[in-house]
Design a protein around this ligand. Sequence first.
Ligand code: PMP
Length: 401
Amino acid sequence: TWSAVPAGPPDPILGITEAFKADKDPRRINLGVGAYRDEHGKPYVLNAVKKAEEKIAAAKLDKEYLPITGLPGFTSNAAKLAYGADSVPRNQNAIAVTQSISGTGALRIGGTFLARHYPHSKTIYVPTPTWGNHIPLFKDSGLEVKYYRYFDKKTVGLDFEGLKEDLQNAPEGSIVLLHACAHNPTGVDPTQSQWKDISDIIAEKKLFPFFDMAYQGFASGSTDRDAFAVRYFVSQGHQIALSQSFAKNMGLYGERVGAFSLTTASEEERKRVDSQLKIIVRPMYSNPPLHGAHIANTILSDPELYQEWEGEVKGMADRIINMRERLYQLLSNDFRTPGEWSHVKSQIGMFSFTGLNKEQCKVLAEKAHVYMTMDGRISMAGLNGRNIEYFAKSVDAAVRG
Ligand code: PMP
């Protein structure tokens, strides 16, 4: 029956973890996967999460199904976290929100909703480059994927002129995917003033903004600051779609906790949109998982745990920022590695787009046991006090050839 099924290519990111696992050299470093590691290189379960789990266990909750759109307290608190306590559509009860299978599931519900109900276009513009999964995910949702310029290889920074030109030239009504903060894979974000210009173009061209916020708090250490773009757009009267993930900022990766929301014009409109979100979710997976939503909701609704969590998010963000500073010092001052390395410091969030080319990445894997994606992206969280010098030295050797 399946004799004609062709073998597909392996996932480019998960394939790196496999190569890393097969390498037994004690110096090996995995900088491929975007999951936080502590200063000992170990996965990190947040204290706020451990305490929330203790509270949940003590409450002896049952295992009944959640409603189709998830745990109501969780979705309400997730929207508050993203949009802010004083958001106008929130106070008007005009945000339609559903729990999702983390950020990926939120994007998929959003893609499907737009393909079905957005009246003006079936085309979504995504930045080049973008998180690799955006492309098949939106295609599978029934949208056509096109691209806008984002990254300038020459400056290793934002191609703002290219971005503006491409958005200005997109057909009126097109959907635009925006990384709310900590752009993956480049680590390059627009400034607040650039966000304002982007908002103006989107208003002028009647484009529809779909924000992917997978790293709220992880970029700057402040969940409010990282929500700037989302809140600014809403304050300017844009209706937006939003995907949220709690994988990174709460370290709930495998629990699959997220939310998808749409701001609408009124409570009445919100109710109709809600009914259609349910119609999308019900035949797909019926209703979302329980445990992770309880963890996130316990943290978001308990002032003490919330405060502890905010401190831990800042701790993770700060450790990464320290690693950026250290790597910059090593390459630029200690080893005087050829090239300009200040982007390592100025980039934001989990990743750095180093500017290393495919050949250099290959040499790093084969000669130095250092694994990263072939586009030169490294997960900063994989670096720590024990391996960063070895890493910088290996980069230096690879660049010198
Ligand atoms: N969007 C972006 C930009 C991401 O980097 C990720 C995680 N790598 C996701 C969405 C979704 O991740 P998850 O489904 O684990 O929440």
